[in-house]
Design a binder for this molecule. Structure first.
Ligand SMILES: [Zn+2]
Length: 277
């Protein structure tokens, strides 16, 4: 079980690394609910627990924000330990002069494209749901004394299947349409059929092989694609079947002799060659 869980986590991390450019040391944005969970379940030290979860070779960097800390402080005594622990983490800079709720702050930090490549660790189910709709936003959470990385959502997978150019040039209405189609579980192919839009085509063709191909191409072997054309040349003229072997041998013998002659000429042993003939 444990091994299986770990490989699922590895796959998820690999997905975000391959499709969204996540690189070590990973950054984890931790909200108050998650800090509280880490403390109550004694999943400490947290950075080691998260490094293990990510199967990372380097310890991930853990962040909170000013707004997350403010919310923890507001929760008072019940979350005093969590506030103290969270205060020791690095604070990522958010744009809020006046503090906002932790959820709003996390969402604004992640934005549309999660440019900082945060893994977001939270116990807040609503926040997790919202994050699933953002393309490159991986989510972590805890269940009792186990930590999990959510598998990439349908929307995230769909988005990853687009090629890079399409992603960059996509306007917001197109993007929302895609998310809607993904969350309704519709294949992009169906839309193509009814709408007849050629532009949508790349989605459907990429759907089939987007992730698999990206991973497989790394391990593609360099095999010769056919017989060596140089070795085939001599077989071309096909005489009668019974003679094939003998003639072949003859040709071989002649060519060998010629080769010898050439070599000897190169060595300026002309006289010997002439006598041999
Ligand atoms: Zn904020």
């Amino acid at each position: 079980m444990r091994v299986k869980k770990k490989s699922r986590h590895r796959k998820a991390v690999k997905f975000y690394a391959t499709c969204f450019g996540f690189r070590e040391p990973y950054k984890v944005l931790i909200d108050g609910t998650f800090v509280h969970h880490l403390l109550t379940q004694r999943l400490l030290p947290a950075d080691e627990a998260l490094r293990d979860l990510l199967s990372a070779s380097r310890t991930p960097a853990l962040y909170t924000s000013k707004c997350i800390l403010a919310e923890l402080r507001r929760l008072g005594k019940s979350h005093a330990d969590a506030f103290d622990a969270a205060s020791l983490l690095a604070t990522t800079k958010c744009e809020h002069e006046k503090v906002v709720s932790a959820v709003s702050c996390v969402l604004s930090l992640v934005g549309d494209k999660n440019p900082e490549h945060f893994f977001v660790a939270t116990q807040d189910a609503e926040l997790r749901e919202k994050l699933r709709e953002i393309p490159g936003a991986p989510v972590m959470y805890g269940l009792k004394n186990s930590l999990f990385i959510e598998q990439p959502s349908v929307q995230q997978r769909k988005f990853a299947q687009l090629d890079e150019e399409k992603r960059l040039n996509m306007d917001i209405s197109e993007y929302k349409k895609l998310l809607k189609a993904a969350s309704e579980g519709k294949a992009a192919d169906n839309e193509n059929g009814s709408g007849g839009e050629q532009r949508e085509r790349p989605i459907s063709s990429l759907v089939k092989n987007a992730l698999g191909v990206a991973e497989k191409s790394k391990f593609k072997k360099n095999r010769p694609k056919g017989p060596n054309p140089l070795s085939c040349k001599k077989k071309k003229p096909k005489p009668q079947s019974s003679l094939v072997q003998n003639q072949g041998a003859k040709v071989d013998g002649e060519s060998k002799r010629k080769r010898v002659r050439k070599r000897k000429k190169n060595h300026k042993d002309n006289k010997q060659v002439q006598t041999a003939d």
